[in-house]
Design a protein around this ligand. Structure first.
Ligand code: MN
Length: 468
Protein backbone atom coordinates (compact mmCIF):
# COMPACT_ATOMS: atom_id res chain seq x y z
CA UNK A 1 0.00 0.00 0.00
CA UNK A 2 1.37 3.36 -0.96
CA UNK A 3 0.70 6.61 0.85
CA UNK A 4 0.25 10.27 -0.10
CA UNK A 5 4.04 10.66 0.21
CA UNK A 6 4.53 8.45 -2.84
CA UNK A 7 2.46 10.81 -4.96
CA UNK A 8 3.23 14.13 -6.50
CA UNK A 9 0.17 16.38 -6.52
CA UNK A 10 -0.09 18.95 -9.30
CA UNK A 11 -2.61 21.78 -8.96
CA UNK A 12 -3.22 24.84 -11.10
CA UNK A 13 -5.87 27.45 -10.32
CA UNK A 14 -7.91 29.67 -12.56
CA UNK A 15 -9.47 32.46 -10.56
CA UNK A 16 -12.18 34.76 -11.85
CA UNK A 17 -12.44 38.09 -10.10
CA UNK A 18 -15.12 40.65 -10.84
CA UNK A 19 -13.76 44.16 -11.25
CA UNK A 20 -15.59 46.94 -9.41
CA UNK A 21 -16.00 49.34 -12.34
CA UNK A 22 -19.15 51.46 -12.49
CA UNK A 23 -20.18 50.02 -15.83
CA UNK A 24 -19.77 46.73 -17.64
CA UNK A 25 -16.77 45.65 -19.70
CA UNK A 26 -18.22 46.51 -23.10
CA UNK A 27 -21.37 48.46 -22.35
CA UNK A 28 -22.57 51.48 -20.34
CA UNK A 29 -24.98 49.29 -18.31
CA UNK A 30 -24.37 49.59 -14.54
CA UNK A 31 -22.16 46.98 -12.91
CA UNK A 32 -24.03 46.67 -9.61
CA UNK A 33 -25.23 43.73 -7.58
CA UNK A 34 -28.64 42.91 -6.10
CA UNK A 35 -30.96 44.71 -8.53
CA UNK A 36 -34.21 43.21 -9.76
CA UNK A 37 -33.64 40.77 -12.63
CA UNK A 38 -32.73 42.24 -16.01
CA UNK A 39 -32.44 45.86 -14.82
CA UNK A 40 -28.73 46.36 -15.51
CA UNK A 41 -28.85 45.53 -19.17
CA UNK A 42 -28.22 47.17 -22.49
CA UNK A 43 -28.44 46.10 -26.12
CA UNK A 44 -24.73 45.24 -25.92
CA UNK A 45 -24.74 42.92 -22.92
CA UNK A 46 -27.84 41.14 -24.16
CA UNK A 47 -26.27 40.63 -27.57
CA UNK A 48 -28.86 42.44 -29.69
CA UNK A 49 -28.14 42.32 -33.42
CA UNK A 50 -26.17 45.32 -34.57
CA UNK A 51 -24.97 46.36 -31.11
CA UNK A 52 -21.23 46.95 -30.86
CA UNK A 53 -19.02 46.50 -27.80
CA UNK A 54 -17.00 49.45 -26.50
CA UNK A 55 -14.13 48.61 -24.15
CA UNK A 56 -14.28 50.11 -20.64
CA UNK A 57 -11.09 52.04 -19.94
CA UNK A 58 -11.43 51.73 -16.17
CA UNK A 59 -11.38 47.94 -16.45
CA UNK A 60 -8.19 48.13 -18.49
CA UNK A 61 -6.54 50.29 -15.82
CA UNK A 62 -7.51 47.85 -13.09
CA UNK A 63 -6.11 44.96 -15.12
CA UNK A 64 -2.82 46.82 -15.54
CA UNK A 65 -2.70 47.64 -11.81
CA UNK A 66 -3.18 43.98 -11.01
CA UNK A 67 -0.43 43.02 -13.44
CA UNK A 68 1.95 45.46 -11.78
CA UNK A 69 0.98 44.20 -8.32
CA UNK A 70 1.92 40.64 -9.30
CA UNK A 71 5.25 41.63 -10.86
CA UNK A 72 4.06 40.71 -14.33
CA UNK A 73 4.74 41.90 -17.86
CA UNK A 74 2.06 44.22 -19.19
CA UNK A 75 1.44 43.58 -22.89
CA UNK A 76 1.79 46.82 -24.84
CA UNK A 77 -0.54 45.24 -27.34
CA UNK A 78 -3.20 42.70 -26.46
CA UNK A 79 -6.41 41.69 -28.18
CA UNK A 80 -9.81 40.16 -27.62
CA UNK A 81 -11.18 36.85 -28.88
CA UNK A 82 -14.49 35.10 -29.13
CA UNK A 83 -14.96 31.90 -27.17
CA UNK A 84 -18.01 30.15 -28.57
CA UNK A 85 -20.35 28.17 -26.42
CA UNK A 86 -24.05 27.83 -26.03
CA UNK A 87 -25.73 28.23 -22.68
CA UNK A 88 -28.99 30.02 -21.88
CA UNK A 89 -27.24 32.58 -19.67
CA UNK A 90 -24.94 33.68 -22.50
CA UNK A 91 -27.13 35.72 -24.84
CA UNK A 92 -24.45 36.19 -27.53
CA UNK A 93 -23.49 32.51 -27.63
CA UNK A 94 -19.89 33.56 -27.26
CA UNK A 95 -17.85 35.14 -24.56
CA UNK A 96 -15.45 37.97 -25.34
CA UNK A 97 -12.16 37.05 -23.72
CA UNK A 98 -8.43 37.31 -24.37
CA UNK A 99 -7.09 33.99 -25.53
CA UNK A 100 -4.22 34.60 -27.93
CA UNK A 101 -2.77 37.81 -26.48
CA UNK A 102 -3.69 38.43 -22.84
CA UNK A 103 -3.01 41.79 -21.21
CA UNK A 104 -0.91 40.35 -18.34
CA UNK A 105 1.80 37.68 -18.62
CA UNK A 106 4.52 36.05 -16.51
CA UNK A 107 3.84 37.31 -13.01
CA UNK A 108 4.16 35.76 -9.59
CA UNK A 109 3.01 36.14 -6.02
CA UNK A 110 4.67 34.91 -2.87
CA UNK A 111 2.94 32.81 -0.24
CA UNK A 112 4.31 31.98 3.21
CA UNK A 113 4.51 28.28 3.94
CA UNK A 114 5.41 26.71 7.28
CA UNK A 115 9.08 27.70 7.11
CA UNK A 116 9.65 28.98 3.61
CA UNK A 117 8.31 31.44 1.08
CA UNK A 118 7.00 30.02 -2.18
CA UNK A 119 6.80 31.85 -5.47
CA UNK A 120 3.60 30.95 -7.29
CA UNK A 121 3.87 31.69 -10.98
CA UNK A 122 1.05 33.40 -12.78
CA UNK A 123 1.17 32.36 -16.41
CA UNK A 124 -1.30 34.96 -17.61
CA UNK A 125 -4.22 37.11 -16.58
CA UNK A 126 -6.78 38.46 -19.00
CA UNK A 127 -9.97 40.48 -19.27
CA UNK A 128 -13.26 38.88 -20.25
CA UNK A 129 -16.94 39.43 -19.71
CA UNK A 130 -19.15 37.44 -17.38
CA UNK A 131 -22.28 35.45 -18.25
CA UNK A 132 -25.75 36.09 -16.86
CA UNK A 133 -27.27 33.82 -14.23
CA UNK A 134 -30.11 31.31 -14.24
CA UNK A 135 -32.76 31.25 -11.53
CA UNK A 136 -34.58 27.98 -11.09
CA UNK A 137 -38.23 28.13 -10.04
CA UNK A 138 -40.53 25.17 -9.42
CA UNK A 139 -41.87 24.91 -12.95
CA UNK A 140 -39.49 27.03 -15.03
CA UNK A 141 -36.07 28.61 -15.14
CA UNK A 142 -35.54 32.34 -15.56
CA UNK A 143 -32.57 34.10 -17.11
CA UNK A 144 -31.20 37.17 -15.36
CA UNK A 145 -28.78 39.13 -17.53
CA UNK A 146 -27.79 41.65 -14.85
CA UNK A 147 -24.38 40.03 -14.59
CA UNK A 148 -23.99 39.46 -18.35
CA UNK A 149 -21.09 41.57 -19.54
CA UNK A 150 -19.72 42.33 -16.05
CA UNK A 151 -15.93 42.77 -16.19
CA UNK A 152 -13.86 39.82 -15.03
CA UNK A 153 -10.19 39.18 -14.73
CA UNK A 154 -9.18 35.57 -15.06
CA UNK A 155 -5.88 34.75 -13.42
CA UNK A 156 -4.18 31.55 -14.46
CA UNK A 157 -1.49 30.04 -12.26
CA UNK A 158 1.16 27.64 -13.43
CA UNK A 159 0.51 24.05 -12.27
CA UNK A 160 2.94 24.60 -9.41
CA UNK A 161 0.72 24.21 -6.35
CA UNK A 162 1.41 21.05 -4.38
CA UNK A 163 -1.48 20.79 -1.94
CA UNK A 164 -4.96 22.01 -1.15
CA UNK A 165 -3.61 24.34 1.52
CA UNK A 166 -1.07 25.90 -0.87
CA UNK A 167 -3.89 26.45 -3.35
CA UNK A 168 -6.00 28.18 -0.71
CA UNK A 169 -3.09 30.37 0.44
CA UNK A 170 -2.44 31.42 -3.14
CA UNK A 171 -6.13 32.17 -3.80
CA UNK A 172 -6.31 34.26 -0.60
CA UNK A 173 -3.27 36.21 -1.75
CA UNK A 174 -4.95 36.97 -5.09
CA UNK A 175 -8.09 38.09 -3.29
CA UNK A 176 -6.14 40.41 -1.01
CA UNK A 177 -4.24 41.94 -3.94
CA UNK A 178 -7.50 42.90 -5.66
CA UNK A 179 -8.85 44.38 -2.44
CA UNK A 180 -5.65 46.27 -1.66
CA UNK A 181 -5.37 47.83 -5.12
CA UNK A 182 -9.09 48.65 -4.96
CA UNK A 183 -9.86 46.81 -8.20
CA UNK A 184 -12.46 44.44 -6.75
CA UNK A 185 -14.38 43.99 -3.53
CA UNK A 186 -13.84 40.26 -4.12
CA UNK A 187 -16.98 39.58 -2.11
CA UNK A 188 -17.29 35.81 -2.26
CA UNK A 189 -20.90 35.72 -1.08
CA UNK A 190 -21.79 37.76 -4.15
CA UNK A 191 -19.79 35.51 -6.45
CA UNK A 192 -17.14 38.14 -7.11
CA UNK A 193 -14.33 35.61 -6.76
CA UNK A 194 -14.75 32.11 -8.19
CA UNK A 195 -12.11 29.45 -8.49
CA UNK A 196 -11.54 26.54 -10.85
CA UNK A 197 -8.97 23.97 -9.72
CA UNK A 198 -7.13 21.67 -12.13
CA UNK A 199 -5.81 18.61 -10.37
CA UNK A 200 -3.73 15.62 -11.30
CA UNK A 201 -1.47 13.28 -9.38
CA UNK A 202 1.51 11.22 -10.53
CA UNK A 203 3.94 8.89 -8.82
CA UNK A 204 6.89 10.75 -7.27
CA UNK A 205 9.64 11.03 -9.85
CA UNK A 206 7.42 10.84 -12.92
CA UNK A 207 8.09 13.83 -15.15
CA UNK A 208 5.13 13.95 -17.50
CA UNK A 209 1.75 15.27 -16.42
CA UNK A 210 -1.21 12.93 -16.27
CA UNK A 211 -4.75 13.89 -17.30
CA UNK A 212 -6.24 16.54 -15.07
CA UNK A 213 -9.68 16.94 -13.61
CA UNK A 214 -11.11 20.42 -13.30
CA UNK A 215 -13.40 21.39 -10.43
CA UNK A 216 -15.35 24.42 -11.50
CA UNK A 217 -16.81 27.45 -9.81
CA UNK A 218 -15.81 27.08 -6.18
CA UNK A 219 -16.72 30.14 -4.16
CA UNK A 220 -15.14 29.54 -0.78
CA UNK A 221 -11.58 28.79 0.34
CA UNK A 222 -12.85 26.13 2.70
CA UNK A 223 -14.68 24.32 -0.12
CA UNK A 224 -11.64 24.72 -2.34
CA UNK A 225 -9.55 22.72 0.13
CA UNK A 226 -12.27 20.13 0.70
CA UNK A 227 -12.85 19.62 -3.02
CA UNK A 228 -9.14 19.39 -3.88
CA UNK A 229 -8.44 16.90 -1.10
CA UNK A 230 -11.35 14.74 -2.19
CA UNK A 231 -10.16 14.74 -5.78
CA UNK A 232 -6.57 13.92 -4.78
CA UNK A 233 -7.77 10.90 -2.76
CA UNK A 234 -10.06 9.78 -5.56
CA UNK A 235 -7.32 9.83 -8.18
CA UNK A 236 -4.77 8.12 -5.95
CA UNK A 237 -7.30 5.38 -5.13
CA UNK A 238 -7.91 4.75 -8.85
CA UNK A 239 -4.20 4.55 -9.69
CA UNK A 240 -3.47 2.35 -6.69
CA UNK A 241 -6.17 -0.10 -7.66
CA UNK A 242 -4.92 -0.26 -11.23
CA UNK A 243 -1.49 1.24 -11.99
CA UNK A 244 -2.39 1.33 -15.70
CA UNK A 245 -5.65 3.18 -15.18
CA UNK A 246 -6.19 6.30 -17.26
CA UNK A 247 -8.34 8.99 -15.68
CA UNK A 248 -10.27 10.88 -18.34
CA UNK A 249 -9.84 14.66 -18.42
CA UNK A 250 -13.13 15.90 -17.10
CA UNK A 251 -14.95 18.74 -15.45
CA UNK A 252 -16.53 18.35 -12.01
CA UNK A 253 -18.74 20.36 -9.77
CA UNK A 254 -18.38 20.45 -6.00
CA UNK A 255 -21.68 20.32 -4.17
CA UNK A 256 -21.26 22.56 -1.11
CA UNK A 257 -24.25 21.01 0.66
CA UNK A 258 -23.48 17.32 0.14
CA UNK A 259 -19.72 18.06 0.07
CA UNK A 260 -19.31 15.74 -2.90
CA UNK A 261 -17.82 15.96 -6.37
CA UNK A 262 -19.95 15.20 -9.41
CA UNK A 263 -18.48 14.75 -12.86
CA UNK A 264 -20.35 17.11 -15.20
CA UNK A 265 -18.83 16.38 -18.59
CA UNK A 266 -15.78 15.30 -20.46
CA UNK A 267 -13.44 18.24 -20.57
CA UNK A 268 -13.57 20.46 -23.64
CA UNK A 269 -10.35 21.26 -25.41
CA UNK A 270 -9.51 24.72 -26.74
CA UNK A 271 -10.64 23.60 -30.21
CA UNK A 272 -14.16 23.01 -28.93
CA UNK A 273 -14.49 26.70 -28.19
CA UNK A 274 -13.55 27.78 -31.72
CA UNK A 275 -11.53 30.72 -30.50
CA UNK A 276 -11.28 33.47 -33.09
CA UNK A 277 -10.16 37.10 -32.94
CA UNK A 278 -13.02 39.41 -31.98
CA UNK A 279 -13.67 41.52 -35.08
CA UNK A 280 -15.60 44.28 -33.28
CA UNK A 281 -12.84 45.38 -30.90
CA UNK A 282 -9.57 46.81 -32.19
CA UNK A 283 -6.30 45.69 -30.59
CA UNK A 284 -5.71 47.17 -27.16
CA UNK A 285 -2.61 49.33 -27.06
CA UNK A 286 -1.20 50.36 -23.72
CA UNK A 287 1.08 53.33 -23.49
CA UNK A 288 4.20 53.55 -21.37
CA UNK A 289 2.76 56.64 -19.71
CA UNK A 290 -0.21 54.74 -18.30
CA UNK A 291 2.06 52.02 -16.92
CA UNK A 292 4.29 54.66 -15.30
CA UNK A 293 1.35 56.48 -13.77
CA UNK A 294 -0.14 53.28 -12.36
CA UNK A 295 3.25 52.07 -11.10
CA UNK A 296 3.65 55.29 -9.12
CA UNK A 297 0.18 55.08 -7.61
CA UNK A 298 0.37 51.40 -6.67
CA UNK A 299 -0.65 51.18 -2.99
CA UNK A 300 1.10 49.19 -0.28
CA UNK A 301 0.03 45.54 -0.63
CA UNK A 302 -0.84 43.10 2.09
CA UNK A 303 2.56 41.41 2.34
CA UNK A 304 4.32 44.74 2.73
CA UNK A 305 1.81 45.94 5.30
CA UNK A 306 2.07 42.72 7.27
CA UNK A 307 5.84 43.09 7.41
CA UNK A 308 5.56 46.72 8.45
CA UNK A 309 3.21 45.76 11.30
CA UNK A 310 5.67 43.12 12.49
CA UNK A 311 8.83 45.18 12.10
CA UNK A 312 7.77 48.74 12.89
CA UNK A 313 4.82 48.18 15.20
CA UNK A 314 6.22 45.02 16.82
CA UNK A 315 2.98 43.13 16.33
CA UNK A 316 2.97 39.35 16.59
CA UNK A 317 2.84 37.33 13.37
CA UNK A 318 -0.73 36.27 14.18
CA UNK A 319 -1.98 39.78 14.90
CA UNK A 320 -0.36 41.13 11.72
CA UNK A 321 -1.91 38.25 9.79
CA UNK A 322 -5.44 38.84 11.12
CA UNK A 323 -5.37 42.62 10.84
CA UNK A 324 -4.20 42.65 7.22
CA UNK A 325 -6.45 39.89 5.95
CA UNK A 326 -8.94 42.50 4.84
CA UNK A 327 -7.70 45.88 3.74
CA UNK A 328 -10.71 47.56 5.36
CA UNK A 329 -9.71 46.11 8.74
CA UNK A 330 -6.07 47.14 8.34
CA UNK A 331 -7.20 50.66 7.48
CA UNK A 332 -9.49 50.65 10.51
CA UNK A 333 -6.64 49.56 12.76
CA UNK A 334 -4.34 52.32 11.52
CA UNK A 335 -7.01 54.97 11.87
CA UNK A 336 -7.75 53.80 15.43
CA UNK A 337 -4.02 53.83 16.20
CA UNK A 338 -3.87 57.49 15.21
CA UNK A 339 -6.18 58.21 18.18
CA UNK A 340 -3.97 56.31 20.65
CA UNK A 341 -1.27 58.06 22.72
CA UNK A 342 1.50 56.74 20.43
CA UNK A 343 2.40 53.93 18.07
CA UNK A 344 3.62 52.06 21.16
CA UNK A 345 -0.06 51.31 21.80
CA UNK A 346 -0.18 49.18 18.64
CA UNK A 347 0.04 45.86 20.46
CA UNK A 348 -2.59 46.69 23.02
CA UNK A 349 -4.86 48.05 20.30
CA UNK A 350 -4.32 44.95 18.13
CA UNK A 351 -5.28 42.71 21.07
CA UNK A 352 -8.37 44.72 21.84
CA UNK A 353 -9.54 44.61 18.25
CA UNK A 354 -8.69 41.02 17.37
CA UNK A 355 -9.56 39.41 20.70
CA UNK A 356 -11.97 41.55 22.74
CA UNK A 357 -13.99 43.19 19.98
CA UNK A 358 -13.84 40.29 17.52
CA UNK A 359 -15.14 38.04 20.30
CA UNK A 360 -17.98 40.40 21.17
CA UNK A 361 -18.91 40.84 17.50
CA UNK A 362 -18.92 37.09 16.98
CA UNK A 363 -21.22 36.63 19.97
CA UNK A 364 -23.56 39.21 18.46
CA UNK A 365 -23.44 37.28 15.18
CA UNK A 366 -21.71 40.14 13.37
CA UNK A 367 -18.52 40.88 11.55
CA UNK A 368 -16.48 43.35 13.59
CA UNK A 369 -16.44 45.97 10.82
CA UNK A 370 -20.22 45.98 10.70
CA UNK A 371 -20.55 46.94 14.39
CA UNK A 372 -20.12 50.59 13.28
CA UNK A 373 -17.95 51.53 16.25
CA UNK A 374 -15.90 54.52 15.07
CA UNK A 375 -12.11 54.10 14.97
CA UNK A 376 -11.81 57.08 17.27
CA UNK A 377 -13.76 55.34 20.05
CA UNK A 378 -11.50 52.30 20.10
CA UNK A 379 -8.52 54.66 20.13
CA UNK A 380 -10.03 56.51 23.10
CA UNK A 381 -10.62 53.29 24.99
CA UNK A 382 -6.94 52.38 24.59
CA UNK A 383 -5.99 55.89 25.73
CA UNK A 384 -8.14 55.57 28.87
CA UNK A 385 -6.40 52.26 29.68
CA UNK A 386 -2.92 53.58 29.00
CA UNK A 387 -3.28 56.75 31.06
CA UNK A 388 -4.75 54.56 33.84
CA UNK A 389 -8.08 56.37 33.96
CA UNK A 390 -9.64 52.91 33.87
CA UNK A 391 -8.40 49.39 34.56
CA UNK A 392 -8.46 46.78 31.79
CA UNK A 393 -11.13 44.98 33.73
CA UNK A 394 -13.41 48.01 33.59
CA UNK A 395 -12.44 48.51 29.95
CA UNK A 396 -14.08 45.15 29.25
CA UNK A 397 -17.38 46.37 30.67
CA UNK A 398 -17.04 49.55 28.64
CA UNK A 399 -16.39 47.47 25.53
CA UNK A 400 -19.66 45.62 26.22
CA UNK A 401 -21.48 48.94 26.26
CA UNK A 402 -19.71 50.17 23.14
CA UNK A 403 -21.12 47.16 21.32
CA UNK A 404 -24.63 48.11 22.41
CA UNK A 405 -24.18 51.85 21.84
CA UNK A 406 -21.56 52.15 19.08
CA UNK A 407 -22.00 55.89 18.75
CA UNK A 408 -21.37 56.70 22.41
CA UNK A 409 -17.74 57.42 23.19
CA UNK A 410 -15.93 55.55 26.00
CA UNK A 411 -15.44 58.87 27.84
CA UNK A 412 -19.19 59.44 27.88
CA UNK A 413 -19.78 55.87 29.03
CA UNK A 414 -17.34 56.41 31.92
CA UNK A 415 -18.90 59.76 32.86
CA UNK A 416 -22.38 58.30 32.84
CA UNK A 417 -21.36 55.46 35.13
CA UNK A 418 -19.22 56.53 38.10
CA UNK A 419 -18.61 52.85 38.97
CA UNK A 420 -16.32 52.76 35.95
CA UNK A 421 -13.88 55.23 37.45
CA UNK A 422 -11.24 53.62 39.60
CA UNK A 423 -11.50 54.22 43.35
CA UNK A 424 -8.90 56.72 44.39
CA UNK A 425 -10.16 57.88 47.77
CA UNK A 426 -7.92 56.39 50.51
CA UNK A 427 -10.71 56.87 53.05
CA UNK A 428 -12.73 54.26 51.16
CA UNK A 429 -9.93 51.92 50.10
CA UNK A 430 -8.05 51.70 53.37
CA UNK A 431 -10.76 49.99 55.45
CA UNK A 432 -11.23 47.41 52.68
CA UNK A 433 -7.52 46.65 52.57
CA UNK A 434 -7.43 46.51 56.35
CA UNK A 435 -10.19 43.92 56.43
CA UNK A 436 -8.56 41.74 53.78
CA UNK A 437 -5.30 41.77 55.74
CA UNK A 438 -7.09 40.77 58.92
CA UNK A 439 -8.89 37.96 57.13
CA UNK A 440 -5.69 36.49 55.69
CA UNK A 441 -2.97 36.46 58.35
CA UNK A 442 -1.40 33.40 56.72
CA UNK A 443 -0.69 35.42 53.54
CA UNK A 444 1.06 38.12 55.53
CA UNK A 445 3.13 35.42 57.20
CA UNK A 446 3.89 33.92 53.78
CA UNK A 447 4.91 37.26 52.33
CA UNK A 448 7.25 37.93 55.25
CA UNK A 449 8.84 34.54 54.55
CA UNK A 450 9.52 35.62 50.96
CA UNK A 451 6.50 34.20 49.16
CA UNK A 452 5.97 36.76 46.38
CA UNK A 453 2.75 35.07 45.32
CA UNK A 454 1.12 36.02 48.61
CA UNK A 455 1.03 39.69 47.69
CA UNK A 456 -0.66 38.97 44.35
CA UNK A 457 -3.23 36.94 46.20
CA UNK A 458 -3.97 39.82 48.56
CA UNK A 459 -4.20 42.33 45.70
CA UNK A 460 -6.56 39.91 43.96
CA UNK A 461 -8.78 39.82 47.05
CA UNK A 462 -8.94 43.61 47.15
CA UNK A 463 -9.79 43.75 43.44
CA UNK A 464 -12.53 41.20 44.03
CA UNK A 465 -14.20 42.99 46.88
CA UNK A 466 -14.09 46.32 45.03
CA UNK A 467 -15.38 44.73 41.82
CA UNK A 468 -12.19 45.63 40.00
MN1 MN B 1 -12.86 32.44 -17.89
Amino acid sequence: MTSLKDWDVVIGLEIHVQLNTHTKLFSPAPNTFGENPNQNISTICTGQPGSLPLLNEAAVEKAVQFGLAVNADISRQSSFDRKSYFYPDSPRNFQITQFFHPIVKNGYVEISLEDSVKKVEITAAHLEDDAGTLKHFSSFTGVDDNRAGAPLMEIISAPCLKSASEAALYAKEIKSIFQYIGASDANMDQGQLRMDANISVRPQGETTLRNKVEIKNINSFHFLELAINQEISRQIAIYEKDPHAVIASSTCRFDPVQKTLTVMRKKESAEDYRYMPEPDIPPLMIEEELIERLTCSLPELRRARKNRYKEQLQLSKDAAEILTEEKALADYFEEALSFCPSSLSANLLANWITIEFFGRAKEAGKHFLSTSIPEKHIGSLITLIEDKTITSRIAKSIADEMMKKPHTSPQTIVQENPDYLPMSDPAIIEPIVEKILQDHPQSIEGFKNGKQKAISFLVGQVMRSTKG
